[in-house]
Design a protein around this ligand. Sequence first.
Ligand code: ATP
Length: 439
Amino acid sequence: MLVGFHIMSDVMEKIVSLCKRRGFIFQSSEIYGGLGSVWDYGPLGAELKRNLKQAWWRSYVHERDDIEGLDAAILMHPNVWMASGHVTSFEDTLVDCKACKKRFKVEHVVGKKCPECGGELTQGRQFNLMLKTHLGPIEDEGSLSYLRPETAQGIFVNFQNVVNSMRRKIPFGIAQIGKSFRNEVTTGNLTFRSREFEQMEIEYFVKPCTDEEWYEKWVEDRFNWYIKFAMTRENLRKRQHKEEELAHYAKACTDIEYKFPFGWSELEGIANRTDFDLKQHMRLSGKDLQYFDEESKDKYIPYVIEPSGGIDRSALAFIVDSYNEEEVKGEKRVSLRLHKNLAPIKTAVLPLLRNRPEIVKMAKDIAADLKSKFKVMYDDTASIGRLYRRQDEIGTPYCITVDVNSLSDKKVTVRDRNSMKQDRIGATKIMEYLDEKFK
Ligand code: ATP
């Protein structure tokens, strides 16, 4: 529940500033005044997002043997959205404040007054969230198409293709990461609610009588996944949907919520979608999408458990959660204590004296060597104190410093971001050292 979502808390302001200053997140088309609720990821944000997607893909598509990956197109046949119910039911109810003219989703308003100024609100109006476009040269009803509002439907319409091409037996899942689009009307809080965003979704197909058991398993699995990547357990909670909250396709749904500075808000939803989608696609396409169980000779429409998360929301939650301020020797130190696998830069190589060519050369050689395995940053544009602070602020787990002694003893200093502890390591042993740390 987003209460007072226009009022950015102190922490949120710091995060927004850090994200822009350090190249994580920029407003789209900023030089033209920006485009509402659309965001660009800067060099470090792009790395963070890639790492997040890779971590998810690895956890589910590579490390498990019951899930296949898919990369379906954003544009789909318009009937897909008729079948899924999005054309008729993917709507928000909006109310406007007659006094301050602000617009709210009805579920974000407690009571009957404007949450911002206490003014009188209009009657609710229905608003479909799908973004429309036209395919081909003529803009008429026949060319109408939609930018997908969820990646899930690409999976459902390819269910038979994956079963047949990969000889899959139920239970199994199909995972997909990709862009989705929603014409969101309420905005704010950086990337939390964007009009263009990325989802990471799994549709896990099961035998109908086993759905509840699988649903419970997936809620636990996804909750623990965030903790595995160092999200603070206390900042996460599960919230089960009440009967009246459930989407038209769901028998049960649990949200994993994160305690953002602007309140507990959804990070991911795990839904029991039953056989709703496959049944609907069978009805509209006329194709048989049933599964034939060769052992029991049963034919049935599988039930589906769907863990559906947002990359952008997760990235934001990981940034917020890892943000740390402390006092070190009378000075404020800001660090992002991101999990090593998520950190945009894995290691920074820093020469202690930038006017000593031998030191610079040694540092550059080390950086060049490490690049074959790690995302490395070489930086000699400030004093060592400032260089460390910069790296702390962007979450770099290890800084490697080359100093005068390095020239003779061929050793460098490796500094740990969290503990600030320093290790002296042989220059030729660094690759091994980092390999061990990132294992
Ligand atoms: P909300 O209630 O916050 O609008 P939702 O319940 O409509 O979210 P779902 O349809 O369940 O969201 O989508 C699954 C996931 O996709 C969400 O948990 C979220 O992480 C992500 N997501 C959905 N809409 C957006 C958006 N506008 N911007 C960023 N991420 C989004």
